[in-house]
Ligand binder design. Structure first.
Ligand code: SF4
Length: 426
């Protein structure tokens, strides 16, 4: 099936999807603060949690020595747990101190975590209470990054969904607009903005924006294109505000990027000839960048553990653009509609595993002995010790991988562990 057919056919696929329910090995949604705080530059993420939460964020994001960090943890101490302190008062005190000291913060997220005392705390209400105190100065929101509710990329989904209600209303008579939804590195966003302009799309907004002053308008004339496959709740809340989803593959690799851009171009009635003329040169550049890595990767087998929800688009990229063999593709959640175009591009016989039973999956991985395993940090070390080459899936979130000019870098991320292993063997 070609990518055009795949975009048009958004019906459910007759492929096998196997559900697994068992022990999972995935980071919690707090992890997404690491890329969200880099993106929204006047936002602060205050985790309300335990020392474990603080350690997770600190080690995932690295210690910032020279800059004022834009994330922190309000740690629930033992005396709070014993009920000796009023947690709401304590939280208000921490927020007031933070915002007095940091006038640069224009958007504050209270991020919920797992500990039972935090679960009892009504952070939505706390955000409303504090919003009234800081009205006109700081927007205060709450969302959950708890490991009980979210896997690591779902933290972005709950964060963006919390922002949708405050997006400005697009006027009914306003021209149709395109909203690109999902965090992209600034360099990637700039490339896409330029391509959209050249294609003839002027009214384009990105969500999340780079700062709180540029929240995109939303309304019935808004069409949105998902840049990330893990934004189920965000998409739903946008649709509730009248916006319409543009079915498309995800912008990974030359093929995915072309399908993604083309879906937007067609929605806005851009003639195919104009579209093809604009993308011809970057497509060619991407193909050339891929060819060097393809020579090393074709025929190699790859096994995806469920982790980031990027697995299906990555599997499509690895199999179709690098000619790798898919040993297994697992994903924590599979949104049939958002991934319809991707699923149509994968071989019909491929079984997709949704959910996780980590022990069973480890057994299958050991039996398959893939050339490369894409998995979370917790599984990578033991698998490396067993002689399997691994790639941390979290790296695919921290690295700019979307778009034509990053297609080669994405392939390189897969090639690197194999190159390293080959050098060590020599
Ligand atoms: Fe651990 Fe839960 Fe805190 Fe995440 S939110 S670091 S899973 S305690």
């Amino acid at each position: 099936m070609s990518i055009e057919d795949a975009v048009a056919d958004t019906g459910c696929q007759d492929r096998q999807i196997r559900h697994e329910r068992g022990q999972r090995a995935v980071f919690c949604g707090l992890t997404s603060i690491v890329w969200l705080h880099r993106k929204i530059q006047d936002a602060f993420f205050l985790v309300v949690g335990s020392r474990t939460c603080a350690h997770l964020i600190q080690s995932a994001a690295g210690v910032m020595i020279f800059a004022e960090p834009r994330f922190g943890t309000a740690i629930i101490e033992e005396r709070d747990l014993a009920g000796l302190a009023d947690l709401n008062e304590e939280l208000d005190r921490v927020v007031n101190r933070l915002l007095e000291r940091r006038p640069d913060i224009k958007m504050l997220f209270l991020v919920a975590s797992c500990p039972s005392e935090v679960i009892k705390l009504d952070l939505d209400r706390a955000a409303q209470r504090l919003s009234a105190d800081f009205a006109g100065r700081v927007g205060i929101f709450s969302y959950s990054g708890s490991g009980l509710d979210t896997t690591f990329t779902q933290g972005e989904d709950t964060c963006l969904a919390a922002l949708v209600p405050v997006l400005p209303e697009a006027k009914r008579e306003a021209a149709r607009s395109l909203m690109v939804v999902g965090t992209l590195a600034d360099v990637v966003e700039d490339q896409f903005a330029r391509l959209f302009r050249e294609i003839g799309l002027e009214n384009v907004h990105f969500f999340p924006p780079r700062d709180s002053q540029h929240l995109p308008p939303v309304g019935e004339n808004t069409h949105f294109l998902l840049a990330q496959p893990f934004l189920t709740e965000t998409a739903r809340t946008l649709q509730r505000r009248g916006a319409r989803h543009i079915p498309a593959p995800f912008p990974l690799g030359e093929e995915g990027t072309t399908g993604w851009l083309r879906a937007a171009a067609r929605t806005f009635g851009i003639p195919d000839e104009r579209f093809e003329a604009v993308v011809a040169a970057p497509r060619d550049r991407a193909r050339r960048a891929l060819s060097a890595h393809k020579a090393k990767l074709e025929g190699k087998s790859i096994f995806f553990f469920p982790d980031s929800q990027l697995e299906v688009p990555l599997a499509r990229f690895a199999s179709r653009e690098l000619d790798m063999k898919l040993a297994e593709v697992g994903t924590p959640y599979l949104h049939r509609q958002h991934l319809a175009a991707e699923l149509d591009l994968l071989h019909k016989d491929l079984i997709i595993y949704e959910g996780q039973d980590v022990e069973n999956q480890l057994d299958r991985c050991r039996e398959a002995r893939p050339d490369l395993t894409v998995c979370g940090l917790g599984l990578a070390n033991p698998l490396e010790a067993e002689g399997l080459a691994t790639k941390w899936s979290i790296e695919l979130l921290f690295t700019p991988i979307q778009g034509y000019d990053q297609a080669g870098d994405l392939a390189e991320l897969f090639a690197r562990p194999l190159n390293r292993r080959a050098r060590l063997e020599v």
